[in-house]
Design a protein around this ligand. Sequence first.
Ligand SMILES: Cc1cc2nc3c(=O)[nH]c(=O)nc-3n(C[C@H](O)[C@H](O)[C@H](O)COP(=O)(O)OP(=O)(O)OC[C@H]3O[C@@H](n4cnc5c(N)ncnc54)[C@H](O)[C@@H]3O)c2cc1C
Length: 425
Amino acid sequence: MTGMPASHWAATAVAAPETAPLKGPLQADVAVVGAGITGLSAAIHLAESGVRVVLLEAAEAGFGGSGRNNGQIIPTLSRLDPADLVAAYGSEKGEGLIAMIRDSAALVFSLVEKHGLRCDAVQKGWIQPAHRPGRMVAVGKRVAQWQARGADVRLLDAEAARAALGTDFWHGAMLAPTGGHVNPLSLVREMARAAIGLGVGLHTDTPVTGLERAGSAWRLTTPQGSVTAERVILATNAYTDDLWPGLRRSIVPVLNFQMVTKPLPPELRASILPADMACSDTQGDLHFFRWTADDRLVSGCTLISLQDADRRAQERVRDRIARVFPQAGRPAIERSWSGHLAMTADFRPHFHELAPGVVAAVGYNGRGMALGAAVGRELAKFGAGTDSKDLPLPFTPLRTLPLHALVTRFAPAYMAHLRRLDATG
Ligand SMILES: Cc1cc2nc3c(=O)[nH]c(=O)nc-3n(C[C@H](O)[C@H](O)[C@H](O)COP(=O)(O)OP(=O)(O)OC[C@H]3O[C@@H](n4cnc5c(N)ncnc54)[C@H](O)[C@@H]3O)c2cc1C
């Protein structure tokens, strides 16, 4: 396992709590695999309900998507609207999932407050602007669907959006005031600290290499130890390996590039995203931006070809910033890094009960910070004994993607199709 990327978050995050690899055998009620937002949320909620929980992480807390992402806290899925979820899962299950997503950003900020998590948390809203006038129809429908479910979301016309965004590049927007942004690596490291404080046995540098039945329980094997637990939560997402047969091949990992500018002067800070919202627009080739606590813009992109990728990603984002926020010109990039998103063919997050007592959550399609916190809380209920059918998560059978290696190799080319749609839709 390689180390953490040299990201802006790694350079500025609070220190990780002291942890060590697992040595020797352990007993627990629940074993959680993967210390990202999902696994940590599960562990915290389990410990709070008095369950003995061990959390095993192959590298360090936040090594996966949770420590590398843009830090936007967003109470929606990336593609699908409430009506899509009802169509997929029926009214009861669909509405349960919708309510969970609706409240997910608020959950993150309430965890921040409750546990005193030092992560530069800014809850000043998430804004999704429309990149073409025609997209305002879809944005209006999205707002109406969420409002019908009691979500605090608003439709902004072009003028209100211009004021919130500091540009007339877009044509109106959806605003979700419960959203915002954080330093994501600080958030997960602080969640790790809180989890340890609640009694969670967190072991880093501890890849789980085997998972097998041990009577009515499960035994997880690691290089220097083992855990026997009644229930197991796999929270490995885009970083899923071959621990559970087929799970890795049910999702498509797609590399996404992130970068920060150097600190920008106060007049730019005051004119670009002046209300300090997190912003990601309606394009398939997502345009997304947010400020850091030290006046840098954080953005990124996905590339079709990975040749000379880092330099090309930086040039693309500098051009993009100049187009979207002309007042900034093409600002110098100070640091860039990358991480894998877990995509699914149906754009839905996937929840599986893989065997009695073993559950997994994967495939957040690039929008998993708020979702992961909420899913972790629900999986904790499973760990504490709730039947999976009584959770708002629609559990589906595990399906591996045919020709997975080929699909993974050519998935970035799908971006070309999305760019064509963005230019016309
Ligand atoms: C570049 C990028 C930008 C993004 N931007 C945003 C954003 O702004 N907002 C948003 O909501 N979402 C964003 N996302 C998506 C979001 O980061 C993820 O959906 C979310 O972090 C997933 O969290 P997780 O806890 O489920 O998994 P992860 O954070 O990926 O954690 C999985 C962990 O499992 C561990 N693991 C794997 N196998 C094993 C094993 N066998 N034994 C032990 N440990 C194991 C890994 O080491 C890893 O630490 C972004 C993702 C990327 C990559």
